[in-house]
Design a protein around this ligand. Structure first.
Ligand code: SF4
Length: 364
């Protein structure tokens, strides 16, 4: 049911012979109160709840498999789906007081809370440094399953999620329709501002073009990693189909149509793409494009790469900053819990770990 907006839920109510406003009540339980148990939707007539169930509508489908947390409050969930496979979702509270990261978080409310959700189980793009890519593609995630990752993490944590990034497992623009449906429901029903929604792509040009035509105010992040075509061919194999020059043209068109600045993501890999010369090449590539650069410390998988040394990250950042372009280094979160996409799922699939913990009361 989480893949249905208020209007569709009102149609469900009508189809059950109920007044349309009953559908609005269901929407409030689902999206505002994160309630996924029909029996607890106490202001709905029992007959209506029974009709909903008899018609085959299920408020939520996913069940928690694991929930792991680091001292900074980052939580990584693995959720099982009856449609097949497991999804990873990460919850990241951001604290106003940096010291809270190292102290007792009890009773402290985060300034904002970001959810990172999966749009596919596995991924066909096959980036060389990505655990999900190493697992191959299994299936697309439905819009309702995307919303459910957010709603379940909200219910489980007690936090109101303020930002959502479509940056977990999978390439969102290769699951375009369901991703866009989830964007619209998160915005209109869950109440997350469009500018607080981010779609992260490896550079799927037809998807970027389509998204530009929607003229939404969401944030588009492009995982570029390097401005060298031959290197990108190996790191992000989709580059062979959508090379850098074409990608830049698509990004420029996106900015022109939406008036939104693009975020350029670069995972820095030691000795691979982190030299000052490569930073200068990136600066040249981005000339004329309204974009902010976000440098990401690599979260090691079992692939053949190593994280860049802090001095190399700083030197790379300085080159970009000196060019006058906005640049940031993403604060590293959740290394202890395999918070890079696909890591937890792969470890669990490989036989689990001693720290595996079944979630109390989860999976209603
Ligand atoms: S980094 Fe993203 S696009 Fe690349 S393989 Fe991993 S999930 Fe797919």
């Amino acid at each position: 049911m989480l893949g249905l907006g208020s209007l569709e839920l009102k149609e469900v109510a009508r189809a059950c012979g109920q007044p349309a406003y009953r559908g609005g009540q269901v929407a409030r339980w689902l999206f505002e109160r994160s309630e996924l148990d029909l029996d607890r939707m106490s202001d709905l007539p029992r007959a209506f709840r029974e009709q909903i169930a008899a018609a085959g509508y299920v408020p939520g489908e996913l069940t928690f498999v694991t929930d792991r947390q680091t001292p900074d409050g980052t939580r990584k969930f693995l959720l099982a789906s009856p449609r097949g496979g497991t999804l990873e979702a990460v919850l990241m509270p951001h604290w106003t007081d940096a010291e809270a990261v190292h102290t007792d978080l009890e009773g402290i409310r985060p300034e904002r809370v970001t959810a990172c959700i999966s749009t596919q189980i596995g991924c066909a793009v096959g980036c060389a440094f990505c655990a999900t890519g190493l697992s191959g593609f299994h299936r697309n995630v439905a819009a309702g399953e995307m919303i459910e990752q957010v709603v379940r993490m909200q219910g489980q944590s007690g936090y109101r999620i303020s930002n959502v990034v479509f940056m977990g497992m999978g390439e969102p623009l290769l699951n375009y329709n369901d991703t866009l449906k989830a964007v619209r429901i998160l915005n209109a029903e869950v109440g997350i501002g469009m500018r607080h929604l981010t779609i992260s792509t490896a550079g799927i040009i037809p998807g970027i073009d389509r998204l530009a035509d929607e003229r939404l105010q969401l944030t588009l992040a492009v995982s570029l990693h390097t401005a060298d075509d031959s290197l990108r061919d190996t790191l992000v194999p989709i580059n062979r189909r959508y090379p850098l020059a074409d990608l830049k043209a698509a990004m420029k068109q996106y900015v022109a149509r939406t008036s939104r600045r693009i975020t350029i993501e670069c995972v820095l890999l030691s000795g691979v793409n982190d030299s000052p010369a490569q930073a200068r090449e990136l600066v040249r590539y981005l000339e004329g494009l309204n974009a902010h650069v976000n440098l990401i410390p690599y979260n090691a998988t079992d692939a053949q790469f190593e994280p860049s040394r802090p001095a190399a990250v700083e030197a790379f950042r300085e080159v970009i900053e000196r060019s006058g372009r906005a640049v940031s280094v993403r604060v590293e979160r959740g290394r202890q819990i395999d918070a890079a996409c696909g890591q937890l799922r792969r470890r669990m699939a490989a036989g689990g770990e001693a720290i595996r913990k079944e979630h109390d009361g989860a999976g209603s």
